[in-house]
Design a protein around this ligand. Structure first.
Ligand SMILES: Cc1cc2nc3c(=O)[nH]c(=O)nc-3n(C[C@H](O)[C@H](O)[C@H](O)COP(=O)(O)O)c2cc1C
Length: 175
């Protein structure tokens, strides 16, 4: 069975990105795929300084291996200053080698409705550094898609479904 790793990139205790990621994990499982989430809130991670992987915290090394072994991955990205948040970028700087030539999805979560181009930064990083193909659609959410820590945006949920269907078709065609 194909496995998808989800990377939850926010460190906020009340993260909305985490809600997007959880919903997507459930949809992946419903479509018959194996899915597991790496939540950056639960991983001890140093700043990337170019040291060998073996010198990072064991949890970072485990995360690297989990991504490397997966068939595809989906990144939940909080938007900070119109781009990828610092901690998530740091995680990618350390683990980009594990992402090489895989397919990926992007869940981009921001405060406002105008920051959707931030996801293009992530797509470019993945393409140029790791030759990753980003599947469409890119999912975009903002504050108005959540109520009391619940994902309520119907358009967002339908985009997640589309992304999951696309990923599932892609993985089945290549297995
Ligand atoms: C440092 C910082 C920068 C932010 N920059 C933007 C931004 O450029 N555009 C935007 O729409 N929201 C911005 N936001 C709002 C976050 O994207 C929003 O709070 C989002 O829910 C964060 O994801 P999280 O809830 O998973 O932590 C920013 C928030 C912080 C803390």
């Amino acid at each position: 069975m194909s496995e998808v790793i989800l990377i939850q990139g926010s460190l906020n205790k009340e993260s909305r990105t985490a809600l997007l990621v959880r919903h997507t994990e459930e949809e992946l499982k419903r479509s018959g795929l194996k899915a597991n989430t790496l939540d950056l809130r639960n991983i001890q991670m140093e700043f990337c300084d170019g040291r060998p992987l073996k010198d990072y915290h064991p949890e970072v090394q485990q995360a690297y291996k989990a991504i490397e072994q997966a068939d595809a991955f989906i990144i939940g990205m909080p938007v900070y200053c119109y781009s990828v948040s610092g901690p998530l970028k740091n995680f990618i700087d350390i683990t980009s080698g594990a992402m090489e030539k895989k397919i990926a999805g992007i869940l981009c979560n921001a405060g406002g409705k105008q920051s959707y181009m931030a996801s293009a930064d992530l797509s470019n990083i993945l393409a140029y550094e790791s030759h990753v193909t980003t599947l469409q659609p890119i999912v975009y959410s903002s504050y108005e898609d959540f109520e009391d820590q619940v994902l309520t945006g119907e358009k967002v949920k339908s985009k997640i479904q589309e992304l999951v269907n696309h990923m599932s078709r892609n993985l089945k065609n290549n297995s």
